[in-house]
Design a protein around this ligand. Structure first.
Ligand SMILES: [Fe+2]
Ligand SMILES: [Fe+2]
Length: 308
């Protein structure tokens, strides 16, 4: 039996939630009003909004194309020696890859039908999305997983999976994507206020709401697996999790985001504070007592900022 129904794990419960919640269809949205709203954005506003959307469109494609090796690496582990059921986790990831494909599908449709282009590169020139950490890194992560599969070594597999889950679910999904949602929220709210409207780009917001709900499950599953991998190999926290978090903090959280902001009243500081809280949540979930430098993210950030 692939699943012990008397012992359904977190990944299986999330898979079950996903079967009910993940049924939305990107084709269902009428984009007529969104197109009309979009024409009311100034060129500078369009450019800013497109920079974030381009990061998402590329990012959703990147996560869709790089998830398969995670399943192969889980499958190469000796399941009975692991503190979690790798088969239930593989079932979960099978659902996730379908959902990521659907997210790519939505952005693809939206770019074609509302933005009138499929070219994301021109909107990513300002380096905002490339700053130190990119979803393009996930292709290297996937290659490292395949190398671990070929080695067949248990510790190497656990370490490669730990790094991969941290990059994908811990940083790209739990930090970068959520920063994007908070940015969308602000841009859309500020534009609606300016236009004296309740909401603008309503279909976009509704569909992205479904994407966010899917991503909440991905993040929840990811941090659960990271904790289980740390149970299997406790040194993974010092050897992998902390150095990668450090790198993210340096390249992203502490980096100056000095780009032009055309939406009047936009509050980048509020987003930064929320991201710090998200990072603390991830660390608390994995077990803050296992972390040396980042057990308390806020004080680690203050210390780092003071040292600079
Ligand atoms: Fe996604
Ligand atoms: Fe995701």
């Amino acid at each position: 039996m692939p699943v012990d129904y008397a012992d359904r794990e977190k990944s299986y419960e999330l898979y079950r939630n996903g079967k009910r919640e993940g049924t939305w269809d990107p084709d269902d949205y009428d984009l007529t009003q969104d197109r009309e709203d979009w024409s009311q954005f100034s060129t500078a506003e369009q450019h800013r909004f497109l920079a974030t959307c381009a990061g998402f469109y590329d990012g959703e494609e990147d996560v869709t194309r790089t998830l398969a090796p995670y399943m192969m690496a889980l499958d190469a582990l000796p399941n009975d020696e692991m503190p979690f059921d790798t088969v239930q986790e593989e079932m979960y990831l099978a659902q996730q890859v379908y959902e990521e494909a659907k997210h790519t599908d939505f952005f693809s449709r939206y770019f074609a039908e509302v933005f009138g282009t499929q070219d994301t590169a021109q909107y990513r020139e300002d380096g905002y999305q490339e700053q130190g950490y990119s979803t393009e890194d996930l292709y290297d992560t996937a290659d490292e997983l395949l190398a671990a599969v070929n080695s067949g070594d248990r510790t190497e597999l656990v370490y490669a999976l730990g790094e991969a889950y941290l990059n994908y679910m811990g940083i790209v999904e739990a930090q970068l994507a959520r920063a994007g949602y908070l940015s969308f929220d602000q841009m859309i709210e500020l534009k609606a206020d300016e236009m004296g409207r309740e909401v603008v780009l309503e279909s976009f917001q509704t569909a992205v709401g479904h994407i966010r709900q899917d991503e909440t499950r991905h993040i929840e599953n990811g941090r659960w697996v990271m904790r289980k991998l740390a149970d299997a190999e406790p040194d993974i926290v010092q050897d992998v999790y902390e150095p990668r978090i450090e790198e993210y903090v340096e390249n992203r959280l502490l980096a100056e985001t000095d780009y032009e902001q055309p939406f009047d009243g936009y509050d980048q500081q509020r987003i930064a504070e929320q991201l710090t809280k998200y990072l603390q949540d991830t660390i608390d979930y994995i077990g803050a007592d296992r972390f040396e430098r980042y057990a308390d993210v806020s004080s680690a950030l203050e210390e780092r900022a003071a040292a600079d």
